[in-house]
Design a binder for this molecule. Structure first.
Ligand code: C2O
Length: 544
């Protein structure tokens, strides 16, 4: 295993998209930011220097951060933000994970442009579990994103001030480029040169803030071999559904007549009647033949509301190997996840939602609030008083009803703001039923947990029924991920062992929903001895 050192300078750079020039926040002036390439077992130090105008942190999405929670990155959860002019060095080991992860800013909506890939290859001499064990001929990192004609920070600030829903994005992008179906964008199209007969590994990340995406490549079958840096049984498909936060690794053999083929991505928008960016991004796979002039072949993408295809894709993924699952459960949690409306009182300036309300979101009716004076992890480590959090997050929702029915009385469900954590003993076997709700609108929620990978045992529609749905659990080869799409008007069940002490955020990876409070955090206590305990905070940890 190697030691790697990198420097990330957060700085503004001018870019033009859709005929609109703006200054965006970047890492080292690059958009998307630099891809980090590591081998499993490598130890990284990344010095982040903030030369921008906003507070910032960087999160290494999906990296387990065993005992190194100080390097996880969510603002006010594991650290205070890095202020303009200051630096912080993240130090962590990438162990036990292979495939694709990514990194992104974890402050406000800066991750719209501050993100990049984290490519994890097997250690030297360790074979790949596909392609006859050999590295693929070529690897192509593909980051899907969203572009706003406005500064995304202003988009979210306006939404927070008014209580209304934020603007939708103006384009979907492939490696920062909208592609030639958009105005002024014929030059802003990503082209990948490929070689006839070769098999390449495409490493997809969905870095979009608020849009789940269907992805398809004209004329070619994609064979999924990994997701969220865990290998899967090979699964051949013509369409992928990737939610924000998720990654998907696919093998493609370029076995079609020489020519140019569009890769296209467009929203999977599960919520009915909620505005979304319905535009289509394209990139071109080019065999290098002399076909200039003819337009590339276009794939067929599912309709935006095709939940059947979206769910068929995600539930077809299986772990490559047999799961190592303990046979008992120590903590059996039932969490409702959803968006609602807060009834405003007279004179409230933030009532721009429907019928004198503002948007809110919650887990078990608690709408998560970040502290502002210290990070939760620091407060926990130093047992700070007054405490900035309480460890009384409810294991169950306060009232039970038909979560997936429409028009449930909102009086039943007025979210309570709070900084509440759920405490777990070191080593506890945790099962969480994630139940989607339909208080305002039902929607697929990509739920992400920091510091852990988890097995997805089952997904389904309607209200989870413990009597019958537990029989559907896949305890044999469930996929292991860090982000699960809880199906619209449905549920997902995940399981993990709480073997990583610290404070770990769990949230919907649609940034608009985090903004509204669709988050909570686990407080995992230390185990016995130093190897089961959180490390001491680094000396350069930013203070508030
Ligand atoms: Cu990729 Cu808390 O996020």
């Amino acid at each position: 295993a190697k030691q790697q050192y990198h420097e990330f300078v957060i700085q503004e750079a001018a870019v033009t998209r859709l005929c609109n020039s703006r200054k965006i926040m970047t890492v080292n002036g690059q958009f998307p930011g630099p891809a980090l390439e590591v081998n499993e077992g490598d130890c990284l130090a990344v010095k982040v220097t903030n030369k921008g105008q906003y507070n910032v942190t960087v999160h290494w999405h999906g990296v387990r951060q065993m005992r190194t929670g100080w390097s996880d990155g969510p603002e006010f959860v594991t650290q205070c933000p890095i202020r303009p002019g200051e630096s912080y060095t993240y130090r962590f080991t990438v162990a036990g994970q292979e495939g694709t992860l990514w990194w992104h800013a974890h402050s406000s909506w800066l991750r719209a442009t501050v993100h990049g890939a984290l490519i994890i290859r097997p250690r030297a001499k360790v074979p790949y579990p596909f392609n006859n064990g050999k590295p693929p001929a070529r690897e192509i990192p593909i980051i899907l994103g969203e572009w706003w004609d406005m500064n995304p920070i202003d988009v979210v600030r306006t939404a927070t001030r008014t209580g209304a829903a934020p603007n939708i994005s103006d384009a979907i992008t492939v490696n920062g480029q909208p592609g030639d179906l958009y105005k002024c964008s014929s030059k802003d199209t990503t082209t990948f040169q490929v070689k006839s007969g070769e098999t390449n590994l495409l490493r997809f990340t969905n870095a979009a803030l608020n849009t789940e995406l269907f992805v398809s490549l004209a004329g070619h079958t994609m064979t999924v071999v990994g997701a969220d840096a865990s290998y899967t049984k090979p699964y051949a498909t013509s369409v992928l559904m990737i939610a924000p936060g998720q990654t998907t690794d696919v093998l493609v053999t370029f076995d079609q007549p020489a020519g140019r083929y569009y890769l296209a991505a467009r929203a999977y928008a599960s919520a009915q009647g909620v505005p979304f960016d319905n535009t289509t991004t394209t990139a071109i796979f080019d065999y290098g033949a002399t076909t200039a002039g003819s337009s590339p072949a276009m794939p067929t993408l599912p309709a935006y509301n095709d939940t059947t295809t979206a769910t068929a894709f995600t539930t077809s993924l299986r772990g490559l190997r047999k799961a190592e699952l303990p046979s008992h459960i120590d903590e059996n949690l039932f969490f409702t996840v959803g968006v609602g409306l807060f009834n405003c009182s007279g004179g409230d300036q933030r009532c721009g939602g429907p019928n004198n309300t503002r948007f809110t979101a919650s887990i078990n009716n608690v709408s998560f609030v970040l502290p502002t004076t210290v990070s939760i992890l620091q407060a926990h480590y130093h047992a700070a008083t007054p405490a900035v959090f309480t460890a009384d997050f409810p294991a169950n929702p306060p009232v039970q009803f038909d979560y997936t029915a429409q028009n449930v009385s909102r009086a039943l469900w007025q979210p309570v703001p709070g900084t509440k954590l759920y405490k777990l003993k070191y080593g506890a076997v945790v099962q969480v039923v994630l139940q989607g709700t339909n208080i305002f609108a039902a929607e697929n929620h990509p739920i992400h947990i920091h510091g852990y990978d988890f097995y997805i045992l089952a997904e389904g529609f309607g209200n989870f029924d413990a009597a019958t749905d537990t029989t559907k659990f896949n305890l044999d080869d469930p996929p292991m991920r860090n982000t699960v799409g809880v199906p619209v008007n449905g549920w997902a069940v995940i399981r993990f062992v709480a073997d990583n002490p610290g404070v770990w955020l769990m949230h919907c990876h649609l940034d608009v929903h985090i903004t509204w409070g669709l988050a909570m955090a686990f407080l995992v206590e230390d185990g016995v001895g130093v190897l089961q305990s959180l490390e001491a905070p680094p000396p350069d940890l930013p203070l508030c």
